[in-house]
Design a protein around this ligand. Structure first.
Ligand SMILES: C[S@@+](CC[C@H](N)C(=O)[O-])C[C@H]1O[C@@H](n2cnc3c(N)ncnc32)[C@H](O)[C@@H]1O
Length: 265
C-alpha cells in the first residue's frame, strides 16, 4: 500500500487539473453557495491542486476573510495573487492542522488517494469551528463503464479489460473506488448535522476536452499497470488511444459531494 506522501499521479499540471475543474466546478460552487460561504469566512481548501475553487473562495470571502490552500505540491497555487490567500505546502496525513479555526473545509478528489482517509476526516473535523461546514467530494465507480449502445463492441471489450487491470493496480496502491458512496456514512459517523449528498456523472466521448483528462490520467499510470504485468504495453496503448476515438464513449465516475455542519461541542 502506498505512503500518503507518494501521490500516485505525481506532479500535477494545470492542463490535467483543468479537465477536472471544467467538469466539477459548477456543481462545487453550487454546493458552496447552498452552504452559504460569505464575506469574512475563514476557509481551508485541502489538496487545492490547480486552485480554481481556491480563487472562488478568495473572491467570495473578501478582504475580511481568509483562505488557506494546501497541497503537497503548491507550484500551481503560488501563482495566485490574492491578499487574503495563504498557500501552504502541507501533507494532510502527516502534518498538523490548527484546531477549531475554520468556518469551512473543502476537500475534492484527494481522500480517495489516501489510505488514511478516515484519520484525515477526523483531523479536518477537529480543524472546524463548532457549526463550521465541511464539503467533501470524491469519486465512485458505481456509474463508470464503457457506453454500450453506440461504442463498437471491440472498444467496449478492450476498455472493460484494461480498466479492470488499472483498477486492480490502483487498489493495490491504496486508492478507493467506492469512497464517493461512503461519504454520507463517514459524515454521519463523525456526528455531523444538516448533511446533504448529491452525485453527478456525465457521458464522455472520445476526442473531446473531457476525454483528454482521462487520457492524461490513464497515460500516467501505464508503467504501474504494465510493471505489475496486468496488461501488455501494446494493449495499454490501445486502451489510452480509446480516449481519442470519437466512436467510443464512457460513463464517467460519479462525483459524490457530501456536506454537513459540525455540531456544537
Ligand atoms: C486529483 S487532484 C484534485 C485537485 C483539486 N482538489 C481539484 O479537485 O481540482 C489531487 C490533489 O491532491 C494533492 N495531494 C495528494 N496527496 C496529498 C496529501 N497527502 N496532502 C495534501 N495534498 C495532497 C495532489 O498534489 C493534487 O493536487
Amino acid at each position: 500500500m502506498s505512503q500518503s506522501n507518494q501521490y500516485i499521479l505525481g506532479k500535477e499540471t494545470k492542463k490535467r487539473l483543468s479537465g477536472l475543474e471544467n467538469s466539477l466546478d459548477t456543481a462545487t460552487i453550487t454546493y458552496l453557495s447552498k452552504i452559504g460561504v460569505a464575506e469574512g469566512w475563514t476557509c481551508l481548501e485541502v489538496g487545492a491542486g490547480g486552485g480554481s475553487i481556491t480563487e472562488w473562495l478568495c473572491q467570495c470571502v473578501g478582504p475580511t476573510g481568509h483562505v488557506v490552500a494546501t497541497d503537497i505540491g503548491t507550484h500551481l497555487l503560488e501563482v495566485l495573487d490574492y491578499e487574503n490567500l495563504e498557500v501552504r505546502q502541507h501533507n494532510i496525513v502527516a502534518d498538523d492542522l490548527e484546531v477549531e479555526k475554520f468556518d469551512l473545509v473543502h476537500i475534492r478528489y484527494v481522500l480517495g488517494h489516501l489510505p488514511e482517509r478516515e484519520l484525515v476526516l477526523e483531523k479536518l473535523t477537529k480543524a472546524l469551528k463548532p457549526n463550521g461546514w465541511i464539503l467533501v467530494e470524491d469519486g465512485d465507480n458505481m456509474t463508470h463503464q464503457a457506453e454500450q449502445k453506440v461504442s463498437p463492441p471491440h472498444t467496449v471489450e478492450l476498455y472493460t479489460k484494461v480498466f479492470g487491470a488499472l483498477k486492480q493496480a490502483m487498489e493495490a496502491s491504496g486508492l478507493a473506488f467506492n469512497l464517493g458512496g461512503n461519504l454520507y456514512g463517514h459524515l454521519v459517523n463523525l456526528g455531523y448535522k444538516n448533511i446533504n449528498t448529491m452525485g453527478a456523472f456525465e457521458l464522455v466521448r472520445g476526442g473531446t476536452k473531457a476525454s483528454e483528462f482521462y487520457k492524461m490520467s490513464t497515460g500516467k499510470l501505464k508503467d504501474l499497470v504494465v510493471g505489475m504485468k496486468l496488461s501488455t504495453s501494446e494493449e495499454y496503448d490501445s486502451f489510452v488511444a480509446l480516449f481519442d476515438n470519437p466512436d467510443f464513449a464512457l460513463w464517467s465516475y460519479a462525483t459524490m459531494s457530501a456536506w454537513g455542519q459540525k455540531p456544537e461541542n
